[in-house]
Design a protein around this ligand. Structure first.
Ligand SMILES: [Zn+2]
Length: 169
């Protein structure tokens, strides 16, 4: 499936840094197996693909892998399920209005998209051991600056203001 089909994922990725035609070629490979057991539909398989994110340490664009297994158990109603196979996550189709979807109405794309979104970190950063120029910069800053000098004193500006007002009278 083209990455552009997953609009919420695209919205979180770093725009404007694709080479010509590249965004069209970006695909998420989805392979899922379906099975049914005791009113549950099991989706098991794999996602492959990556998005471009901005490393929040060095502010450079990096390719972030979203690959990994999918293990979902889908239920029409909200309920406790005992003996869920190891690693499977239960998803209930009841929406906010308590109008439940039926299993045959499930749209796969939003469900896969939810899985992809879960894999995008809130604060994307180069993984340990990868090229990240931000790490060196943080080292320089912490060596040069005494952190105590950077403490903000919220009332210092007010004190200055009062002092200057006092001079005026
Ligand atoms: Zn980085």
């Amino acid at each position: 499936m083209p990455l552009s089909d997953f609009e919420r994922v695209v919205a979180l990725s770093t725009p404007g840094d694709y080479k010509a035609g590249e965004s069209e070629e970006s695909v998420i490979r989805v392979s899922l197996r379906f099975s049914e057991n005791h009113d549950l539909v099991f989706l098991g398989g794999d996602l492959e693909g990556s998005v471009k994110l901005t490393c929040q340490r060095c502010l450079e664009v990096m390719e972030y892998s979203l690959a990994g297994p999918v293990k979902l158990a889908v239920s029409e109603t909200e309920r406790e399920v005992e003996g869920l196979p190891k690693g499977f996550e239960l998803i209930c189709l009841l929406d906010a209005d308590d109008v439940g979807l039926k299993l045959d109405e499930v749209h796969l794309l939003p469900m896969v998209e939810d899985e992809l979104l879960l894999r995008i970190p809130l604060v994307p950063m180069h993984v340990e051991g990868a090229e990240c120029s931000g790490r060196a910069r943080i080292g320089e800053v912490s060596n040069e600056a005494d952190p105590k000098e950077n403490i903000t004193r919220p009332f210092s500006a007010l004190a200055d203001l009062m002092a200057s007002k006092g001079k005026g009278h």
